[in-house]
Design a protein around this ligand. Structure first.
Ligand code: MRU
Length: 371
């Protein structure tokens, strides 16, 4: 994408990254969360930390910039992180100066290992890096330009497969829902978190196009407010009936009878069906079980980690406690020096999940064959 394509004005940030200002009136589905620039020498991401106030793209041409963008959630959502990393490996592979395949692969692997450390919980990051790695190792006798070309193709394929999966998840997910239903969602598993369309939000977009007129309740999703800043933003912008609630209001709206189904995304699904998703998801699942509300997890098979036996084996990312005590506020909201604990994800045990919807099928308990 260039500045014309995102309809914007080009300016330069002081830290060397290019910032593209974009048209605030574009449709959400016109926004490309992650893509490659025309020249293939930079990864373009929508800077999600600036939403909902500003739609701006960042052009990232170094591994450090991409690492920081992933770590700081400028690009976030399990599939979007994987796609960004895949494009990044292609871009950075072109910067490697090597006289032999061995030298090339040594540098390539170094970048790969570095990017893998940006965030630990979502499997898509490591899975995308592994796919790109296999392209290099399977073509050890090819020329470096040929390998780089194959890397670009693989990154595009990862994006295309994700887009196709999201649309299919929308269809399958919608088959579980009825017109007019009240739906609760947690965090952001929409267009912004993937290549396009979303996972948990895909049936909502599809349903809207087919006249289902869901009433969506979006948990604000403390501490980083992906529900308030991103889910409310993308659904509201798309004309969908969305009501923002604080995380601790979910039980109240369920008791009122306003919620007929919960739809959430996932960052890693273990072989037994346990699901890692944004912190607070397991609490919503417990409430849903209490009120007899179906709890659906929607995600591509790329988010299923069959090597991971259960939720206890999933590494939970811990983030800076400042995100709880002061970030997003005009002044501190907690006493200076107070201890704060900030895990980014939790595990929803499979017993609480009504069904897992992938692009292949709807999987019901027991979750003994996920892929
Ligand atoms: O920390 P984030 O914003 O990357 O967390 C995102 C989530 O928990 C999403 O629900 C998940 O990645 C699924 S996105 C389709």
């Amino acid at each position: 994408m260039n500045s014309d394509q995102c309809n914007g004005i080009l300016s330069i940030l002081t830290d060397g990254m290019v910032l593209l200002l974009c048209n605030m009136y574009s449709k959400i589905t016109d926004i490309k969360t992650v893509c490659l620039n025309k020249e293939g020498d930079a990864v373009i991401i929508l800077d999600q930390t600036r939403l909902p106030g500003e739609e701006m793209y960042l052009s990232l041409s170094s591994a450090e910039d991409l690492y920081n963008a992933i770590k700081r959630l400028k690009v976030r959502g399990a599939p979007a992180i994987g796609i960004a990393a895949a494009y990044g490996l292609y871009v950075f592979s072109r910067q490697i100066k090597a006289n032999s395949y061995i030298d090339f692969y040594h540098s390539f692997k170094g970048i790969e290992d570095y990017l893998a450390k940006a965030r630990p919980t979502a499997v898509n990051l490591q899975a995308a890096l592994d796919r790109m790695d296999r392209v290099v190792t399977a073509n050890a006798s090819a020329t470096l330009p040929a390998i780089q070309n194959l890397l670009r193709k693989e990154a595009e394929l990862i994006r295309e497969e994700d887009a196709a999966a999201c649309h299919r998840i929308g269809e399958l997910g919608l088959s579980l829902l009825r017109p007019g239903m009240g739906l609760l969602t947690h965090c952001n598993a929409g267009h912004l978190a993937v290549s396009e369309y979303g996972t948990a939000l895909a049936p909502i977009y599809l349903g809207e196009a087919r006249g289902y007129h869901f009433k969506v309740f979006a948990d604000e999703t403390r501490p980083l407010l992906q529900g308030a800043r991103l889910t409310a933003y993308e659904l509201h912008k798309s004309g969908i009936d969305v009501t923002l609630i604080c995380d601790n209001m979910a039980s109240f709206v369920m008791k009122k009878g306003w919620i007929q189904a919960v739809v959430v995304g996932c960052d890693r699904v273990a072989a037994n069906g346990d699901v890692a998703n944004k912190i607070g998801t397991s609490g919503v699942a417990i409430l849903a079980r209490h009120y007899g509300i179906p709890f659906y997890v929607l995600g591509p098979t790329s988010t299923i980690d069959t090597d991971c036996p259960n939720g206890d084996s999933i590494i939970i990312e811990e983030r800076n406690p400042d995100e709880i005590t002061e970030m997003w506020y005009a002044c501190r909201m907690a006493p200076k020096g107070v201890k704060a604990y900030n895990p980014a994800f939790d595990i929803t045990p499979h017993e609480l999940i009504t069904a897992i919807v992938t692009e292949k099928r709807i999987v019901y308990p027991p979750f003994d064959r996920l892929v």
